[in-house]
Ligand binder design. Structure first.
Ligand SMILES: Cc1ncc(C[n+]2csc(CCOP(=O)(O)OP(=O)(O)O)c2C)c(N)n1
Length: 624
């Protein structure tokens, strides 16, 4: 039988559906999300929790004229299915297929590109203000999760929007979850709003009166509103949103279309800042993701009937797992070690440390700038903070890195996971800028391990340093480079010679040293012998090693999994220019000056000529 979903080519197609059909549609959308993500991976739990919100919004609004801005965008799969992308949904996150996030180049229904948390309110306010200036008339809605709402950026947006008085609807999608359990005062506050039975009872009584307003007249309405305000002030600390200039509606059941739709229809008529507090269940409609929303926040693939995701053997350990293990060891050995995460205890591998040393573990919420300055304070107080963070999310904290860490030369250790191409999450998540934006920070030592063992040694070194440091590593199996010389103990600014040859040299950083060794094997079969050096340090560079390589070779290829402009290779070029290093040609191999699309990590490396076979081809061509 043809499904309702199959008939939907644009949101217009659902406008004539009755309530029963909309509810059936919600079920079909959930089935499609589960089927496709079980295969392709993706953000399952958040998307399942936002199905009715997407249906209600598209039922009540006229997208693309009306603008819907999803925060992070990881919950937007239902929105994609309703906006003419159902036929391509099984290409989700594949190279050339649909993006896992809203993308304005993909659809006119996605007004703003996103992937990082808490941008929606600011972006929506910008769209609303542009609308006002242009004399247009449409609705602008931001949909933001409870954890993202606690970010500084979201507060800045709320603060400005409440003051502006323009027509803007913020839907707070409150599933009482971040990736793991949310933390912080905002979360506690929202919980009070939802669960305070006394407040809810009084509010329900007040609402009964409001329903009779036509009979009672506006004076009674105002009296009731004042009464509600008084009650809220009495029972709900702060009435935060109203004080910020928003009209607050809710809490409403975010899965009940019968409640949501009439509420949205009325609220869209208001031309002022409004916040709708919708309570949803993360993972709704799939037993395993409801029971374990953290595991199903983002998955690679899973078995639909058992809910099982892939398991990891020790030889398959990723850099994250090496980091996780080492943190526990460091924590045992050194009481000064404290760990800081911005809402990513699981993804960064800090969950074990948190369990073993809860008093030395800080999850500060999705607040990367705060995480950095907070760590500066911890370091100033005599501790050795390790900030575990994805490369892409640290971008948000650049001023804190300069002003609060580098300037004061504080020994904070930044462990940057997902540094390099992350694969299917695409351009918002690739960690390709950190080399360029950290290597120019005074006082910093910046390093990248070639394998898991070297990551351990770099962490030991970082703890001993009396300055800030960065260790960057990719979303990749860490492995162990067979035949490589032992890497302990590490000396700051000292590279490691891995292979000797006469025809050219590769100076590689991080896991690219591994690729360089494979390149050495490929080229050797063609009679070309290359030197391979594991640079280890992006800053300070091993000047002696570079001079030696320049003396012994005509060509040096630098190799990095990051954007080449301003990157590791550039720093080698700068060094050679500054130090008048002899007659050597340097070619910088890295990522081009453009945003890299989503797709399988290995496929992307091939496309951008950074797989061993491609690198070997480049070198062979250059040597000819
Ligand atoms: C700046 C930034 N930091 C971290 C993340 C990683 N991240 C993605 S979703 C998420 C949790 C979002 O929780 P919430 O806003 O409540 O939405 P939910 O997934 O619960 O629907 C986090 C921390 C991010 N996308 N952006």
């Amino acid at each position: 039988m043809e499904k309702l979903l199959d008939k939907i080519k644009s949101p217009e197609n659902i406008k004539n559906f009755d309530m029963e059909q909309l509810e059936i549609l919600a079920g079909e959308i959930r089935d499609r999300i589960i089927n496709v993500t079980s295969n392709k991976g993706g953000h399952v739990a958040s998307s399942l929790g936002a199905v009715e919100l997407a249906i209600a919004l598209h039922y009540c609004l006229n997208s693309p004229k009306d603008k819907i801005v999803w925060d992070v965008g990881h919950q937007s799969y239902a929105h994609k299915l309703l906006t003419g992308r159902a036929d391509r949904f099984d290409t989700l996150r594949e190279m050339g297929g649909l993006s896992g996030f809203p993308n304005s180049t993909e659809s006119e229904h996605d007004p703003f590109i996103c992937g990082h948390s808490a941008t929606s309110i600011s972006a929506a306010l910008g769209l609303a203000s542009a609308r006002d200036i242009s004399g247009e008339d449409h609705n602008v809605v931001a949909v933001i999760g409870d954890a993202s709402l606690s970010s500084g950026l979201a507060f800045e947006g709320l603060n400005n929007a409440g003051h502006s008085k323009t027509g803007l609807v913020v839907i707070l999608n409150d599933n009482e979850y971040s990736i793991s359990k949310p933390v912080g005062a905002m979360s506690r506050y929202l919980n009070t709003v939802i669960t305070n039975p006394l407040y809810n009872k009084v509010r329900q009584e007040a609402e009964k009166v409001v329903k009779n307003i036509p009979k009672l007249g506006p004076a009674a309405y105002n009296a009731v509103r004042k009464f509600q305000e008084g009650v809220k002030n009495l029972l709900v600390p702060g009435i935060l949103f109203e004080e910020l200039g928003f009209r607050y509606f809710g809490p409403v059941d975010g899965h009940d279309l019968k409640q949501l739709i009439p509420m949205l229809q009325k609220i869209m008529l208001l031309k002022e800042p409004v916040l709708i507090h919708a309570v949803t269940k993360k993972g709704k409609g799939y037993q395993f993701s409801e029971e374990n929303p953290t595991k199903f926040h983002g998955v690679k693939s899973f078995n639909i009937s058992t809910g099982k995701t892939g398991t990891q053997k020790i030889e398959d350990w990723t850099f994250t797992e090496y980091f996780s293990d080492k943190m526990v060891k460091l924590g045992r050995k050194d009481k000064r070690i404290v760990a800081v995460t911005a809402a990513m205890p699981d993804g960064t591998g800090l969950a074990d440390f948190a369990e073993k040393f809860p008093e030395r573990f800080f999850d500060v919420g999705i607040m990367e700038p705060h995480a950095v300055t907070f760590s500066a304070g911890l370091a100033r107080g005599g501790l050795r903070p390790v900030v575990a963070i994805y490369s892409t999310f640290l971008q948000r904290s650049y001023d804190q890195m300069i002003h609060d860490i580098a300037l004061q030369n504080l020994p904070v250790i930044f462990c940057l996971d997902r540094a390099g191409l992350v694969g299917k999450d695409g351009p918002t998540h690739h960690g390709v800028f950190d080399v360029s934006y950290t290597r120019n920070l005074p006082n910093f030592v910046v390093m990248a391990p070639k394998d898991g063992e070297e990551l351990n040694h770099m962490m030991d070194l970082a703890v001993d340093l009396n300055c800030p440091s960065v260790i960057r590593y990719p979303r990749e199996k860490a492995g162990q480079i067979v035949g490589a010389s032992s890497c302990a103990p590490l000396e700051v600014g000292k590279a490691e010679l891995l292979r000797k040859g006469k025809d050219a040299a590769i100076l590689a950083i991080g896991n690219m040293a591994n690729a360089a060794l494979m390149v050495g094997d490929i080229l050797s079969k063609q009679g070309i012998e290359i030197t391979v050096v594991n640079a280890r340090f992006i800053k300070p560079l091993d000047g002696e090693m570079i001079e030696l390589l320049a003396r012994e070779h005509n060509k040096i290829f630098t190799l990095e999994e990051s954007i080449a402009s301003g990157g590791f290779g550039s720093s080698v070029l700068e060094f050679c220019e500054r130090e008048n290093v002899g007659d050597v040609r340097i070619r910088c191999l890295g990522l081009p000056d453009e945003f890299i699309e989503h797709g399988d990590r290995k496929e992307l490396l091939r496309k951008y000529h950074l797989s061993p076979a491609e690198i070997a081809m480049t070198i062979e061509a250059e040597l000819k």
